[in-house]
Design a protein around this ligand. Structure first.
Ligand code: MN
Length: 322
């Protein structure tokens, strides 16, 4: 049963930081301990070594949270453009090992749509990654942001909705009693999940997929819990009193999910049952999560070799046209 041949592996939620962009946001958000920060700023040496030793062939690079989502409409476009230009230089240095997702200045939706087009057509970027609320304030499903989705559909590239530290009002109302002892609650332990799952749900409710029926959205962390909850959300929204909506079918048609930072057999099997093996893509969430545990988990996962190959790279090749 075991694979003799090493699988070709594409990991698609793998982060770096751009010094210039990161110097422009006010907080230390996302930096993590020095070891993580060093790896975010390492583009070639440790990164390639760790990809090689784990058996990861390609990283689709994206800026780490909060990327360009903390900038206003005036400052965002130039900052994002500079970061994307420099990302392109990184990718071009190792074109067989790296690809890129654009950072978009979402507070200026027209400029964000134009930047998506520029980076896809000029640099061959594979889509874009958006980190949490635009300008720290607004969910991206609001109609003012639809120019971004319109352009993504026209270019046939996916938008990856990634978490960032959630709105302070949410942290205050729901989490603050435990933050001192458990600071991770704000981010990957729970806050990230609530915010990004909410963003995913809101996208379906907004009608954006009726307007743009070919729009493709990626969620990390095995779908931020949504595959487990699809049946219940669908059932509850269908009760009398609400607008007609086929939530589950819409989600299954427009969303792809990745394994980033969630190497759980149970969550993976649930996701496969709900979405199918064609919708799940391998990711690590480097450097916040290490490569080797992700690869070890995949190796021992009790799914067919055929499905495993789809997750390792087959689905990424199709979705990202690689
Ligand atoms: Mn991530």
């Amino acid at each position: 049963m075991s694979d003799q041949k090493k699988p070709y592996v594409i990991a698609i939620e793998e982060h770096y930081w751009d010094k210039e962009m990161a110097s422009k946001w006010a907080t230390g958000e996302g930096a993590g301990p020095p070891l993580i920060r060093d790896k975010l700023y390492d583009y070639y040496d440790v990164r390639l070594k760790e990809m090689d030793s784990a058996g990861i062939d390609v990283q689709v690079l994206s800026h780490g949270a909060p990327s360009a989502q903390r900038f206003d409409a005036e400052s965002g476009p130039e900052i994002a453009k500079g970061a994307n230009d420099r990302l392109n230089e990184i990718v071009r240095r190792h074109p067989t090992r790296f690809q890129g997702f654009a950072a978009l200045p979402t507070a200026n939706p027209k400029a964000a749509a134009d930047e998506l087009e520029r980076t896809v057509t000029k640099y061959g970027f594979k889509g874009a990654m958006i980190h949490g609320l635009s300008n720290g304030q607004k969910f991206l499903d609001l109609p003012e942001f639809w120019p971004i989705f319109e352009r993504a559909q026209a270019l046939d590239v996916p938008i990856y909705m990634h978490p960032a530290v959630p709105h302070p009002a949410f942290i205050d109302a729901y989490l603050k009693d435990y933050l001192k002892d458990f600071p991770g609650l704000t981010n990957a332990a729970w806050g990230f999940t609530v915010e990004t799952a909410t963003q995913g749900i809101r996208l379906v409710l907004s009608g954006v997929f009726d307007k743009y029926p070919k729009l493709k959205i990626i969620l990390g962390h095995l779908g931020e819990g949504l595959p487990f909850l699809l049946w219940r959300i669908d059932h509850a929204l269908s009760r009398p009193g609400g607008k007609a909506l086929n939530f589950r079918e819409t989600f299954r048609e427009h969303f792809w999910i990745t394994t980033s930072g969630n190497f759980s057999d149970a969550a993976m099997l649930c996701s496969m049952m709900e979405l199918g093996a064609d919708r799940i893509l391998f990711s690590v969430d480097y450097p916040y999560v290490e490569n080797q545990p992700g690869m070890d988990w995949m190796k021992h996962l009790a799914i067919s070799t055929e499905d495993k190959d789809k997750v390792y790279s087959g689905n990424a090749k199709r979705l990202l046209k690689m």
